[in-house]
Write a protein that binds this ligand. Structure first.
Ligand SMILES: Nc1nc2c(ncn2[C@@H]2O[C@H](COP(=O)(O)OP(=O)(O)OP(=O)(O)O)[C@@H](O)[C@H]2O)c(=O)[nH]1
Ligand SMILES: [Mg+2]
Length: 199
């Protein structure tokens, strides 16, 4: 749950980057952290395995600035995408206000995207949250790859987003394509959904 302090006019919301292993969640946060050094007052906390895979999560607080007179901070997290870390994903999702689902555009990862989206739905339901109601943005990452077969964007949209019908972006966490747009969209959806708490 977001933390709203009406007296101090402060809001803290939690946004989680979710998706299959190796899809680019950590790289999204690294890009944002590097680009917005002034809005990020802390180092990025990353708990990784030797091979650079996320073991627990990545985290940093991001200063959004003022919205409707409130000082807004979003806590950005990633989950570990590897299938075996489901218990950790559940822990990281606790109290989530908004989700970015980072799908992998590589054609060979098609099935992994499906499974991970299903897994998100299941894990949200543990907290009585509905994937059709929570603020959610899809990102089709790795569009910069040239020599590897990628899924066409309209096909990814059809397969992953035909029921959800949420905002989606082709992206690249390496070149920065739509990384900031993705972040701005999820912040804005999250704030709209919290609006009834901001009085
Ligand atoms: N070409 C390309 N490579 C990417 C992109 N995003 C991530 N990668 C690479 O893909 C690999 C995995 O990226 P990560 O950000 O660690 O993936 P993750 O989703 O955090 O993976 P887990 O922590 O295991 O869940 C790394 O080698 C990244 O450099 C992208 O947009 N384009
Ligand atoms: Mg990671």
């Amino acid at each position: 749950m977001a933390f709203v302090n009406s007296k101090k006019k402060e809001v803290q919301a939690k946004i989680v980057y979710y998706g299959p292993g190796r899809g680019g969640k950590t790289t999204n946060l690294e890009y944002i952290h590097k680009k917005y050094t002034s809005r990020v007052k802390t180092e990025m906390v990353s708990v990784k395995t030797h091979g650079d895979r996320t073991l627990f999560f990545d985290f940093f607080p991001f200063d959004v600035g003022k919205i409707k007179g409130y000082d807004v901070t979003v806590q950005l997290y990633t989950v570990p995408g590897q299938v075996k870390y489901d218990a950790t994903r559940q822990l990281v999702l606790r109290g989530v206000d908004g989700v970015v689902f980072v799908a992998d555009s590589m054609a060979v990862r098609r099935e992994k995207n499906f499974m991970s989206l299903k897994n998100l739905q299941k894990n949200l339901s543990i907290y009585k949250k509905n994937i059709f109601q929570i603020p959610l943005v899809l990102q089709y990452n790795k569009r910069d790859l040239k020599d590897i077969p990628l899924m066409p964007i309209n096909k990814m949209d059809r397969e992953l987003n035909s029921q959800l019908k949420v905002p989606s972006y082709p992206g690249s966490a390496i070149t920065g394509l739509n990384i900031v747009e993705t972040l701005k969209k999820i912040i804005s959806l999250t704030m709209v959904s919290l609006q009834n708490q901001l009085r």
